[in-house]
Design a protein around this ligand. Sequence first.
Ligand code: ATP
Ligand code: MG
Length: 397
Amino acid sequence: MRKKPAKKHGLKKPGGSRASAGARKFILKYGELWLKSEFVRNRFIKTLAENVSRQLRMAGIKEFRLERTRDMLILDCANPKAPQTLSKIFGITWFALAFETKPEMKAMEKAVLALAKKIGREQTFAIRASRSDKSLAFTSKDVENEMGKNVDRKVDLSNPDVTIFVELRKGMAYVYSEKLKGAGGLPYGVTGRVLSLLSGGIDSPVASWLMMKRGCSVDFVHYYVNESGVAKIQGLVKKLGEYAPAKLMLYSVPFASIQEAIVKNCDTHFTCVLCKRLMYITACSLAKETKAKALVTGENLAQVASQTLDNLVANDDAVSMPKFRPLLTMDKTETIALANKIGTYDLSIREAHACRFVPRKPATNAKKEIIDREANKIKNLDKIIAKAIASSIKSTV
Ligand code: ATP
Ligand code: MG
């Protein structure tokens, strides 16, 4: 098959030759893209390359050069903020700052020796070579044997303190010692658009992030009673936006009229289950506008009284749209650990307005027929919802 020329973005002052051992560039490795067909893989890689360029620019990094190859992106960028940004781009499993040299013993050895300077006196090392270009005159083993010869440190092949990797490719070799963790997942935007129900709590930002990680474009809906709480939600969306290649869209929908309709017309024992049902219905209606294919919530099985299996089932067919619940089976400690990693935890635990309609004893084993019956008591629900959506605050965060 004919090879496409590598695509380049943002051409300006690349890293150049910053060390005698050669230029240093970031190599960015894809995750499970090898599972995909050639066509899908190419589409994903193209999106990933666009996302990398966009996220770098959004972080204020303007000078870089990006090359696309079949199994990695090569980024030439001297900005010290680059690693921080790269660690927040979905679709990159790991990345490394590598010396780029000719695939020749002398050149590669220079790079190896430059990296070896950082190996402590008491530390051990190993060289690991891999070769995708089988036409080269030497094997990976030859490279491993040759490269280590002049490194004045102890070799430990089974459990080295430092590993120096040498990747031999067509016309080029990459030499590096530190693999940095990427965000993993799939490139943002490749799997489709969803609408996430974002409360100010700990869970829903994590659920949204997991959907972003799985390649979804995510819009957000937040239901508020007090407008002063919206700033906190914008803060959460902004934080999540650090992982996206574009600004994110938040719809803040006033919910007081909907809650009042519930407490005025229905048995208040079921207020929380009904409230959740109307959140789904409102989101479903809004999703027609945002073109979302599914809803996302931070619900977890049995974490709180409102999320018992009975309560979740009672509302299951309230809307025809699928509801994705990425946290369904997670322990709270796991969710909190993720929230901390993402950076949403501290924002989430800031003070929130408590709901004044929560009954003293909320229903934990609601029955679908009863919730259907109670919901049907609300007249003109469509109009109430349409009015709330019409007066929602749209913000691009
Ligand atoms: P969270 O930590 O996300 O607030 P929670 O454990 O407190 O979740 P609930 O309050 O029952 O549980 O909410 C369950 C889910 O319903 C939330 O994760 C969110 O997806 C959605 N939700 C709840 N309140 C709101 C709201 N005010 N606006 C938008 N979505 C909401
Ligand atoms: Mg909550």
